[in-house]
Design a protein around this ligand. Structure first.
Ligand code: ADP
Ligand code: GN1
Ligand code: MG
Length: 348
């Protein structure tokens, strides 16, 4: 399979090595080493991204815009084949090749506050430099991706269709989700509030989607498939979901899930160092809500997937998605406990 792909890029399959890379749940990623050049090869998951060409068009639109407005910005876009294609397809699916950003590395867990600040600054910078770009020009690569109302409806549907055994195992989680529908109501207010604009939003701000240099400074953001029009709460919220607790979403000892308050402040300071002048005062009022919004939505998504027999995220062991949902609920409980204190931290 790889031979044909490599040839399209003028790479000699005999002298090129390919290894699986990264820990994403959706796409397949490989590191490609061809002499002294390194690349990242990716197969787009076309079950999730129904029209991979939509992603490709978005990347090329943003590349064009940024190369004229912010030529100094490192926007990681695909390499072209000898025929000038930035996305290729064959009987195995859709593929693209990125240049490996030399001297960079990504993190899977976050231990340092300055790295949380840097990551948040990078995501803030991304939305800031695109603040004057008309977000509605972008294709919607996953419809309703962060639409909490729809996610809640999908969860209800999953409950209605689930088998008895999974329903019983998930009963406590289902009750928790249903008892916290006020989080969906607040999202409804946001949708109806014209002071909260659609912006160019990354929608997957986990720490492994930021590249760092050897001095722990952020270099750029990557994994741009879900860049679409959205609300800032998506990006800030996913940082809170994935940076605040040292124990990540795969942890099954839920007692290890704790909120690091100083990391909240670092996310706030890093994001606001770029977005302070861009966010409206009404948006800023929802800064703390964004954590609840995304953690709750991720709990719902894992739980719905468990109830639907793990068709979206897959499962490496029995009850994997149920445990992921329990993990996110534990995180949300910790977050809600500290919410008022965190709110104070986002005022100064
Ligand atoms: P996934 O959808 O699997 O999360 P990513 O695009 O995030 O895919 O890539 C997975 C990992 O590969 C990243 O976390 C990062 O470590 C590395 N990576 C991806 N693109 C590049 C790049 N252009 N340069 C350097 N490393 C990269
Ligand atoms: C998926 O592809 P990856 O692993 O970066 C998912 C995110 C979830 C995340 C949970 C397209 O992201 O929305 O937050 O898993 N991406 C998609 O780990 O569904
Ligand atoms: Mg990624």
């Amino acid at each position: 399979m790889f031979e044909n792909i490599l040839s399209l890029y003028g790479l000699d399959p005999k002298t090129t090595s390919i290894q699986s890379f990264g820990d994403g749940l959706i796409n397949h990623t490989w590191m490609v080493i061809a002499g002294d050049k390194r690349y990242i090869l990716q197969k787009v998951n076309s079950e999730v991204f129904k029209k991979p060409s939509d992603i490709d068009e978005n990347l090329s639109l943003l590349k064009k815009y940024l190369s004229s407005t912010h030529p100094e910005y490192l926007f990681v876009s695909p390499v072209n084949t000898a025929d000038g294609a930035s996305l290729i397809s064959n009987e195995s699916g859709y593929f693209r090749l990125f240049p490996f950003i030399e001297g960079s590395m990504s993190l899977n867990t976050l231990t340092r506050i300055d790295e949380a600040y840097e990551a948040a600054r990078q995501f803030g910078m991304f939305s800031k430099i695109l603040a004057d770009f008309d977000a509605e020009q972008l294709n919607i690569t996953i419809p309703n991706f962060h639409n909490l109302i729809l996610r809640y409806d999908q969860f209800t549907e999953a409950c209605n269709q689930a088998g008895a055994e999974r329903l019983e195992k998930a009963a406590d989680c289902i009750n928790f989700v249903s008892d916290h529908q006020n989080i969906v109501n607040t999202y409804r207010q946001i949708l109806n509030n014209t002071a909260i604009p659609l912006r160019v939003i990354h929608h997957d701000t986990k720490i492994s989607n930021v590249l760092f240099d050897a001095y722990n400074k952020g270099v750029c953001v990557i994994d741009l498939d879900t860049v679409m029009p959205g609300y800032f709460i998506s990006d800030v919220g996913d940082m809170m979901r994935t940076y605040l607790s040292e124990a990540g979403e795969e942890e099954t000892d839920f007692s290890k899930i704790r909120i690091r308050k100083d990391f909240f402040k670092a996310i706030y300071d890093g994001y606001m160092s770029e977005m302070k002048e861009v966010l409206t005062s009404v948006e800023s009022e929802y800064f703390t809500y964004s954590g609840k919004f995304i953690i709750y939505m991720q709990a719902i998504r894992f739980l719905a997937d468990f109830l639907q027999n793990d068709t979206y995220y897959g499962a490496k062991y029995e009850d994997h998605n149920l445990n992921r949902a329990k993990n996110q609920i534990a995180l949300l409980k910790e977050y809600i406990k500290l919410e008022q204190e965190l709110k104070m931290d986002s005022l100064f």
